[in-house]
Structures are given as structure tokens and as C-alpha cells.
Ligand binder design. Structure first.
Ligand SMILES: C[C@](O)(CO)[C@H](O)COP(=O)(O)OP(=O)(O)OC[C@H]1O[C@@H](n2ccc(N)nc2=O)[C@H](O)[C@@H]1O
Ligand SMILES: Nc1ncnc2c1ncn2[C@@H]1O[C@H](COP(=O)(O)OP(=O)(O)OP(=O)(O)O)[C@@H](O)[C@H]1O
Length: 300
């Protein structure tokens, strides 16, 4: 058998098709109880992990046009979610973190699309292959859950039901009645992501939720808080719905907006409305649901 030398993983962003927020729990570090339907979106970051010689340590290279606060000189590489995932996997596997990581970032940063979690999940999947661990999904999710609420979902993508603080994942298989119902309700196929230069901090949005609560009829309980901190997201939602989107909502903790567009004509109308009003800074076309993909290069 040939040894893997480089593993590349394309890992999708996530959104929440429903996000019910309950009380916060001190034993979860102040995190809130959640009941959510996660959905992975085919807007991916690519994480590449390459074996380095023993004792060489780790390195991280970031590429992409929209790196948000990751581009600033004060951004600490050792706090990057991918690097935290490398250290967590090294500890769990009893290995040294002698790995070069590169991230090609396409998922907007601090956008409610779980870009950092996707990079961590991609790193976990890459190391599982690079180190030939062959651990099952549940074991990978256990490592992911030590790092963040969204990460266990991101390891497999698709649709899933999340409870606890978001880390308890029950997959919704493609051929299940629940997945069929989501597709019939229009939560599948083409969508547009309205993205912003501005970032929202997830703890700040939960803090605002604790003050303003959920909006009447909102399937995403964080939407009202996100829109109160970033009103342009509310404008983008109204415009997408007026242009015929089946659903339009703040993604997770925002500020990004996701609009499901059932036909090419509606997609064009939503794009035209957003371009005219400048309610969003950038428009990204994607599909849902999506899943990570792993590609392995072996030594010759
Ligand atoms: C908004 C969502 O993206 C929806 O899926 C997630 O709940 C956030 O997931 P995440 O960014 O992976 O969150 P973590 O990194 O675990 O936590 C960051 C911070 O968000 C808040 N947080 C997060 C998850 C949760 N269930 N309740 C919370 O109140 C807490 O202030 C926490 O300190
Ligand atoms: N690999 C990474 N990609 C993106 N952000 C990262 C990464 N590592 C650390 N971060 C930090 O995490 C913060 C949140 O970024 P991220 O893009 O994950 O936000 P988010 O999509 O709002 O998260 P979520 O939806 O999971 O709450 C940013 O301020 C960023 O500096």
C-alpha cells in the first residue's frame, strides 16, 4: 500500500434551515440550547494537508481574495480553527503535528456560514486520511465537538438535525421522509448567498438575542438579533422574497443572507434587485445540500 503524502479536502459552508434557540447553560461555557436543521451549501474552502519531516512542526498558508479579519497582522495563526483541529487530532492520535496546512478560502469570514468550522472539519478529514487512521465519523465528530458547536456537522455535511449546543448530530439521509419534505418545501437546489464585507461576532449575536429575543414567525431565532446589528441583511431578505425567492433568511448568526431560487428567472430577478439596491456587497451562487470531498495523493 502506498503512503498518502498530501490530502486535499473541499469542505462546504453551512446554513441553518431552522434554528430554535433555548436557554444558555453554564456547563456549556454559556452556550445556548439549540434545535436546528443544518444544511451544507456548495460554497467550499479547500484545505490541503501535506506530511512534513519528523520534528519540522506545522505551517499554515492562507489564500483567497476575501480573508476578512484573518488577513490582519494581529490574526494569530495558532488560533486558526484549522490549526486547533490539527493539534486536537495530533493529541487524540498520539502523533506530532508535523503537517503543512494550506487553506484556499472562498467562504466569507465571520459571515454565519461556519467557514472556520468548515476548515477545522476539512483538517480533521484530511488528517484521518494522511495519517491512515481510518476513524469512523462518530470518532471524528467527538474530536470536532471539543472545538466548536458547528464543527461536528461540518465533518459530513448534507442535512442534519442538531441538538445540545449544536454538537449532537443526527444525519437526515437523502432518501428519508424528512429530506424529501425539506426538498418539497424548497430547501434544495439553487441558492444565492448575499455576502458582506462586514463581519458579525457569533457571541455578540447571541448576546443581542438574549436582549431582543426571536422575531415573530422567524425560523431562525437569531435573525432578529443579526438584523438589528446589521440592518442591510433585513433589506436583502425583503428584496429576495419580493423577487420570488422561495425562502430568504439570515444564515446562522449572520450577516450573510441565503435565498433559495427555484428557477433561473427568479435567480436573475434576485440578483438584479440586490445589484440595484446594493443591499449586499457580493453575490455567490451555490447549491444545497452539499458534502465534503476528500482527495488523496500517494507517494510514487
Ligand atoms: C450560530 C451557529 O452557527 C448556528 O449553527 C452556531 O450556534 C455557532 O456555532 P460556533 O460558531 O461553532 O460556536 P462556538 O465556537 O462553539 O461558540 C462561540 C460562541 O457562540 C455562542 N454560542 C454558540 C453556540 C451555542 N449553542 N450557543 C451560544 O451561545 C457562545 O457565546 C460561544 O462562546
Ligand atoms: N480558518 C478560519 N476561517 C474563518 N475564520 C476563522 C478561521 N480560524 C479562525 N477564525 C476566526 O473565527 C471567527 C469566526 O469566523 P467564521 O468565518 O467561522 O464565522 P461564522 O461563519 O460566523 O461562524 P459560525 O457560523 O460558525 O458562528 C473570525 O473572526 C475569524 O477570525
Amino acid at each position: 500500500m502506498s503512503t498518502p503524502v498530501t490530502v486535499s479536502v473541499d469542505c462546504p459552508a453551512k446554513t441553518n434551515l431552522t434554528l430554535e434557540v433555548g436557554p444558555s447553560h453554564a456547563e456549556w461555557g454559556g452556550r445556548h440550547e439549540l434545535d436546528t436543521i443544518y444544511c451544507a451549501v456548495s460554497l467550499t474552502d479547500t484545505v490541503t494537508a501535506t506530511a512534513k519531516p519528523a520534528g519540522a512542526g506545522f505551517s499554515l498558508d492562507l489564500a483567497g481574495e476575501h480573508l476578512g479579519d484573518l488577513a490582519s497582522s494581529s490574526s494569530d495563526m495558532r488560533r486558526n480553527h484549522a490549526v486547533l483541529a490539527l493539534f486536537a487530532m495530533a493529541e487524540a492520535a498520539g502523533r506530532e503535528p508535523d503537517v503543512a496546512l494550506t487553506i484556499e478560502k472562498r467562504i466569507p469570514v465571520g459571515a454565519g456560514l461556519a467557514g472556520g468550522s468548515a476548515d477545522a472539519a476539512a483538517t480533521i478529514l484530511a488528517l484521518n486520511a494522511l495519517w491512515e487512521l481510518d476513524w469512523p465519523l462518530d470518532r471524528l465528530r467527538e474530536v470536532a465537538a471539543t472545538l466548536g458547536a458547528d464543527m461536528p456537522f461540518c465533518v459530513a455535511g448534507g442535512y442534519a438535525h442538531g441538538t445540545g449546543y449544536g454538537e449532537i448530530i443526527e444525519t437526515i439521509p437523502d432518501d428519508s421522509d424528512a429530506a424529501r419534505a425539506l426538498r418539497e418545501q424548497g430547501y434544495a437546489g439553487s441558492l444565492l448567498v448575499g455576502a458582506y464585507q462586514a463581519q458579525l461576532s457569533t457571541p455578540e449575536v447571541y448576546g443581542e438575542f438574549d436582549v431582543v429575543g426571536a422575531g415573530d414567525g422567524d425560523r431562525n431565532h437569531l435573525q432578529k438579533a443579526a438584523v438589528s446589528l446589521h440592518p442591510r441583511s433585513g433589506t436583502a431578505i425583503r428584496e429576495a422574497l419580493a423577487a420570488g425567492a422561495t425562502h430568504a433568511f439570515v444564515s446562522g448568526s449572520g450577516p450573510s443572507v441565503v435565498a433559495f431560487t427555484p428557477t433561473p428567472a427568479i435567480r436573475r430577478d434576485v440578483i438584479a434587485a440586490w445589484e440595484r439596491s446594493k443591499a449586499v456587497d457580493r453575490i455567490i451562487a451555490a447549491e444545497a445540500p452539499a458534502a465534503p470531498s476528500v482527495s488523496v495523493t500517494v507517494a510514487r
